[in-house]
Design a protein around this ligand. Structure first.
Ligand code: PHE
Length: 449
């Protein structure tokens, strides 16, 4: 017998769910991760494969997560449990919710440190130090554990504040202000790049594919990026789905969120690469692309001291609307089981993320190691990413696809998407039963070997 669970709020207004889910999807993954991966993986060929992955894996899994979440109205653990019990399947499917919460805690621990660096850069870009290069500047920022910890604390605290305020007061209100602002700032940067940067060069880099250098790792990297960017496989979208009003259409909403997420990644590329090429910077410089290259561009350009901080405010806002969704599945679970109040749950999980984040903050300096090619790496960050992003997220996504494709009662599924066109439904069933789980399994296996 299942006990009655505490009810959460529902988002009011047609656009709130779309805004919140887009806020979750759009973050460091799009604006920091996508351009740097497009840069290192050779540009347009990567972009094309990425788009394919969004359509073939991302959108079908997003439909599934929203559907399971909305149907039960509970946090991912209980949503999976309820759907499994109602379908006559084992209640052990709730383990998918648990792995999601573990993944979320690990992701947020390092996400907050990187987002903290973005917050720090708002001020660095506003008053640049002309005596040092931007890569020396970046080195200085990450060499101080105290500095990283202070900004990590500030970012974690902001996340905690919003999440503890609850669904309607906190997240709902926040995204209504944040997302349009984000779109506005990004468009501004693209227009700036079109007028002042090497825009045509950027266009051909991003959209004229050269398949000569495409290997299996390009596919793997593009698939992984699609997964992380759409916030899938760890319960964030499922948790938000629980607050989606019943009359809203799941399938078209998933397409909207997927398109907006992709649009922002591409706009980020269009904002960043014209500047990179105009200043003869290296597009393949890796994870430091945003921090090192853009700062040097901002330092040289007219009004850079204004545009630079605007860019890093944009990045921090995007990171914040993602981080609140990473925290949500765990907080919603503890609150609905009434183990703790919503505020207490948010505090407990935030402290946990903050403590684990100390590893990433010190991994940049005290515990950094030098690899065989002489590059300095952060072993803690790499381990956290490996476990959460490369193992737990794909595993969670694959299990959700297998559950909804092979174990969940089809009449329960159809009840949630009554208006769906039969052809689209069969297409989705095919992708969720075969294409998505097999592709994710492929990513997973190739990461092991
Ligand atoms: N999608 C977010 C980004 O692109 C990160 C994220 C991952 C959010 C997992 C929620 C869950 O930055």
């Amino acid at each position: 017998m299942q006990k009655t669970l505490k009810k959460h709020g529902t988002w009011i207004g047609k656009w709130t769910f779309v805004l919140a889910a887009t806020g979750s999807a759009v973050g460091l993954g799009n604006i920091w991760g996508f351009p740097y991966k497009a840069g290192t993986e050779g540009g347009a060929a990567f972009v094309l494969i990425y788009l394919l992955c969004i359509v073939a894996i991302g959108v079908p899994i997003m439909i599934s997560e929203i559907l399971i979440g909305r149907r039960s109205g509970n946090s991912p653990i209980n949503a999976m449990k309820k759907s499994a019990i109602d379908s006559g399947a084992s209640s052990l499917w709730q383990l998918v919710g648990w792995t999601g919460i573990i993944a979320g805690v690990l992701i947020l621990s390092f996400y907050s440190v990187i987002a903290g660096i973005c917050l720090n850069y708002i001020f660095i870009a506003a008053s640049p130090n002309e005596l040092i290069t931007s890569s020396e500047q970046f080195g200085q920022v990450i060499s101080s554990p105290t500095n990283l910890l202070i900004w990590h604390t500030v970012f974690m605290f902001l996340t905690l504040l919003i999440v503890s305020a609850g669904v309607e007061d906190g997240i709902g209100r926040m995204v209504k202000i944040l997302m349009p602002l984000l779109g506005f700032l990004l468009l501004f940067m693209v227009i700036y790049g079109a007028i002042n940067g090497a825009f045509l060069e950027a266009l051909s880099f991003l959209f004229a594919p050269d398949f000569s250098n495409v290997g299996t790792d390009t596919f793997l990297s593009a698939m992984g990026q699609a997964f992380f960017s759409m916030s899938l496989g760890m319960g964030s979208i499922m948790a938000y789905g629980a607050y989606m009003p019943k009359e809203q259409e799941i399938v078209s909403t998933s397409f909207s969120v997927g398109s907006l997420d992709t649009l922002v990644a591409i706009l980020a590329g269009l904002a960043i690469f014209p500047i990179i090429f105009a200043f003869n910077l290296e597009p393949g410089s890796g994870p430091g692309l945003v921090f090192v290259s853009l700062l040097s561009a901002f330092n040289q350009m007219e009004f850079g001291q204004l545009i630079g901080p605007i860019f890093f405010i944009l990045l921090s806002i995007a990171a914040l609307s993602s981080s609140i969704s990473i925290l949500e599945p765990g907080v919603a679970y503890l609150a609905e089981e009434e183990f703790l109040t919503r505020k207490q749950s948010a505090i407990v999980i935030s402290i946990l993320c903050w403590v684990i984040g100390i590893g990433t903050a010190t991994g940049f300096n005290i515990f950094s190691v030098v690899d065989s090619s002489g590059e300095s790496i952060n072993p803690f960050l790499n381990t956290m990413e490996l476990i959460s992003v490369q193992i737990l997220q794909p595993l969670g996504g694959m299990l959700i696809a297998i559950f909804i494709g092979w174990f969940m009662n089809e009449s329960l599924i159809k009840n949630e998407i009554p208006q769906i066109n039969p052809f689209l439904y069969s297409l989705w069933r095919f992708f969720i039963k075969y294409v998505a789980p097999l592709s994710v399994a492929f990513i997973f296996i190739s990461q092991i070997i």
